[in-house]
Design a protein around this ligand. Structure first.
Ligand SMILES: C[S@@+](CC[C@H](N)C(=O)[O-])C[C@H]1O[C@@H](n2cnc3c(N)ncnc32)[C@H](O)[C@@H]1O
Length: 319
């Protein structure tokens, strides 16, 4: 959910790239399409961070998707001839990505996260939570030897974390909640995609409000945590996402604080709360100075996810 870095300002002006129609005439192969799209996206100032982090990967993904080719195997096709209709579809797609600055996942209707495919559209944030990587490995150090029987995904959006948790803990019952009915409608489609109707339940409400007295062994959450300054500087691509999925208030900690305070009443004894905080670690430490917690490292960084035991949360609440 972190905002991407800004492009470095150009030291000198380059001539404008020709329009898609003119440029497209010279495109003969998949390699040509990808090269042209890299230039077009860069020239348009496109920003990344929704599944890719650079123009080449994004151009390759969109080209393979558009040509209905395997997304992980461009090599055999790079020098294959492109048909005029294929060229027209691709250049139109890249024009929408460049001019409207729509994220690729909203153009294709799908997002990939750690090998999992999810339906994606503007009803919910595009799945990219670091918790899905943590579930594969890093989180194990924070959990008891016995896998959790009950898991809650708080602020589930399109359901990606809940689904990844259900796949990781095959015996667990998973609940997922969100305030947004739109996001939950998309989550229901993803639930169906993974045939998890019997093991995953969706609830609509403000944080824990719709859960009654339910308690869990593990609560996961990727809540809105973008601070006000970063919200004001969001690149155009991120403004296509529901802003209520990103906005965490002045220091990003509005929802996080409420999640911490509510967690003990919904955790079983020995239970753990794991919250993604992105690049807001300094704000987190400043907002909750007396809280005992640990960081769960992932490949993107050491201080992006926090882990809190029920006991630590109770001690903090009683201070
Ligand atoms: C950062 S998005 C995360 C979505 C999803 N977990 C993911 O990682 O892709 C935060 C989600 O929190 C939801 N949300 C915002 N305020 C909420 C609240 N008060 N109670 C429950 N959910 C809320 C938003 O609708 C959004 O879907």
């Amino acid at each position: 959910m972190s905002a991407p870095h800004s492009p470095s300002p150009r030291a000198f002006a380059l001539p404008a790239v020709p329009s898609a129609d003119v440029a497209a005439e010279g495109l003969r192969t998949l390699r040509d399409l990808i090269r042209w799209a890299c230039t077009r996206l860069t020239e348009a100032g496109a920003q990344f961070g929704h599944g890719t982090d650079n123009a080449h990967d994004e151009a390759t993904w969109l080209a393979l998707w558009c040509l209905r080719l395997p997304l992980d195997k461009p090599e055999p096709f790079l020098d294959a001839t492109i048909l005029p209709a294929e060229r027209a579809s691709f250049t139109a797609l890249i024009e929408r990505r460049s001019v409207e600055r729509l994220p690729a996942a909203y153009l294709t209707g799908e997002a990939w996260l750690r090998g999992l495919r999810f339906k994606a559209d503007p009803r919910a944030l595009i799945p990219r939570s670091l918790l899905v990587e943590a579930l594969e490995d890093g989180l194990a150090a924070w959990l008891p030897d016995q896998p959790p029987d009950t898991v809650l995904d708080l602020c589930t959006g399109g359901g990606s974390i809940a689904i990844a948790a259900a796949l990781r803990f095959e015996q667990a019952r998973v609940d997922a909640t969100d305030l947004s009915a739109d996001a939950l409608a998309l989550a229901a489609q993803n639930q169906q995609l993974y045939q998890l109707e019997t093991r995953l339940s969706l609830f609509q409400g403000d944080l824990y409000a719709s859960l009654g007295g339910r308690r869990y062994d593990l609560i996961l959450s990727n809540p809105p945590y973008v601070n006000a300054r970063s919200m004001a500087e969001l690149p155009a691509e991120f403004r296509h996402e529901p802003q209520g999925a990103l906005d965490g208030g002045a220091d990003g900690m509005n929802l996080v604080g409420r999640i911490l305070r509510g967690a003990p009443a919904h955790l079983n004894e020995g239970g753990m709360l794991i919250v993604e905080i992105g690049h807001e670690a300094d704000h987190f430490e400043a907002a909750f100075p007396e809280l005992e917690f640990g960081y769960v490292p992932v490949s993107a960084g050491e201080r992006l996810i926090v882990a809190l035991s029920r006991d630590a949360l109770l001690a903090w609440a009683a201070r």
